[in-house]
Design a protein around this ligand. Structure first.
Ligand code: ZN
Length: 224
């Protein structure tokens, strides 16, 4: 993989509803580009485990049954992006979730190269079908990516259909997502580095679309 210099880093944000296959595509993109994939779930868990100041605040908030606020999330992401392996760029999954977080992210990447925003779009009825039939491992409980049909990737166990994701629950989750994300898409969509990805295609085709969007948006940003 090519060494990236400061200022020409590839900073990527992936947006997309649950069931869009965003996690899988973020993983593939990160691997191909030799960048860290930074998911907020992971770094939140890490911060809590490491017992950092922000991690302790986050834990107390979650133990009280509340959502971790913008300030704490922003602080935890900032600490992660300051680490050495993120110098050449990153693939962010799950952040930003709000316009306040997006504004903070713009400040963080200022002077560190462009920010490419990929919005994965899948029709609601396809998402509902995918999510309502999502499978988990009967042995270790691991989730399978929506398109995965084989045995558990972690332990080889048999996959079973998750029954708690009823269609009504799935519809509600998607509605919440759309409501929260609409302002974010509005915030980013006028930028030359914003791209919509059709997520309603076979995973390998989506991967190709992501790669060409990155190549294009990268070129676009060079002329800014
Ligand atoms: Zn398993």
């Amino acid at each position: 993989m090519a060494a990236q210099q400061a200022g020409s880093a590839l900073n990527v944000v992936m947006l997309g509803p649950p069931g869009a296959g965003k996690g899988t595509q973020a993983e593939r993109l990160a691997r191909r580009q030799g960048l860290p994939k930074i998911s907020t779930g992971d770094i939140l868990r890490e911060a809590v485990q490491a017992g950092t100041e922000l991690g302790c605040i986050a834990r107390a908030t979650m133990e009280a049954g509340n959502l971790v606020g913008d300030d704490v999330m922003i602080g935890i992401v900032q600490e992660r992006l300051d680490r050495e392996d993120a110098r050449g760029g990153f693939v962010l999954d799950g952040f930003p979730r709000t316009v306040v977080q997006a504004t903070a992210l713009d400040r963080m990447v200022d002077g560190r190269g462009s920010l490419v925003v990929l919005d994965m779009v899948v029709p609601e009825k396809v998402l509902v079908r995918r999510l309502a039939s999502r499978r988990i491992c009967g042995k270790c409980g691991a989730n399978a990516p929506v398109e995965w049909t084989g045995p558990c990737q972690k332990c080889g166990g048999r996959m079973v259909t998750r029954i708690d994701d009823g269609v009504a629950i799935v519809r509600e989750r998607l509605k919440v997502y759309q409501r929260q994300t609409k302002p974010l898409v509005d915030y980013y969509s006028a930028r030359p580095t914003f791209r919509t990805i059709d997520g309603n295609q076979p995973p390998d085709i989506v991967t190709d679309a992501v790669e060409s969007a990155i190549a294009e948006a990268g070129r676009g940003s060079a002329t800014l």
